[in-house]
Design a protein around this ligand. Sequence first.
Ligand SMILES: [Zn+2]
Length: 387
Amino acid sequence: MTLEEKVRKTLAELGATDAQSVETLFAEVRAAMEAERQDLVSRGATSEAERNQLCKALRDRWLARKSGLVSLIDENWLKKAGKELKPTVGRRFNELREHSAGVEVDALLRAVPVSLEVHVSDPMHRTDSVAAEVSPAVALTDLTLPGYRRPLGSIHPVTRVMREIEDIFLNLGFAIETGPEVESVYYNFDALNIPESHPARDDWDTLYVDAQTVLRTHTSPVQIRAMEKHGAPLYIIIPGKCYRHDNPDSTHSPMFHQIEGLAIDTDITFADLKGTLDFFAKKFFGEKVRTSFHPSFFPFTEPSGEVAISCVFCDGQGCRICKESGWIEVMGCGMVHPEVLRHGGLDPDRYSGWAFGLGVERYAMMKYDINDIQLFYQSDVRFLEQF
Ligand SMILES: [Zn+2]
């Protein structure tokens, strides 16, 4: 009886009624698998195409999902084994499966040599690669050893939150715009209506490359760049890294991420701003969340405001995190200052717009209940693998 015939019968039909005969059967299967593999390795192939084909054929014979020998053994021997034999069959079957990594195509390809003559006469192949392919060291690699386990990575919580926020605005018809992190003082400050005397321009707040160049302190310079590039109407969000002269502590980092939004069109009013940001807050934090707007000051918006949401931890009742106020501030916003529109080359009598800016790390900290911003940058796998 051939191996193919045997794996199509149950153990009972094969007369294997005790552990000893099961062991014998599995030993036979493993020997056959190893012999076929060894045979292919020692025979080699005359071209890479042939090698591919041979390796694939051997793999399919043993490992094809439906009709491969290993699947048939699973189906007919293991699943149909009686209670007393099941532990033995299960153990031997698992060994066989581990052993069968030796007939995986990748492993075989490394082991099966392609004969030299064909390569030398083939002008497409350089001789040095031939030498590598027929190296005996490679051919002798023990393919029955377990492979290296490479753990799968996951998406960093800051990136994850950034994408989530981006998606909400992309669905509203906004486009993503990006710009340089090393920025001119003009785009970072002057064009945004931040005058020479403003404290934000101080060395204590800002990382200067030279007198005219800074690491951008916010993503807002891209507002001007986008206006210059696209004109109006303009509906964009601007995600990216920003830099400030801050000492790292649990809520500060010299590098952090912002997302900024900008909508410019004719007849844009503060009501559009409130409606959009309220929609965003409910999408991100949950439908139950309420928003509240209160006046603030930014040089590049007029009027300016801060947006607070009802505390997501206590439902607005007051707790430690919202400092008993029931509200948490989540972003700054306002109507784009006419000077800023002018710097972007737009006529403030014709166009108006709103803008907002938020810190991505803060959102990630709220979302995942993280109490130290530094955790995001330490690349500690124990932290990162929780996401
Ligand atoms: Zn609270």
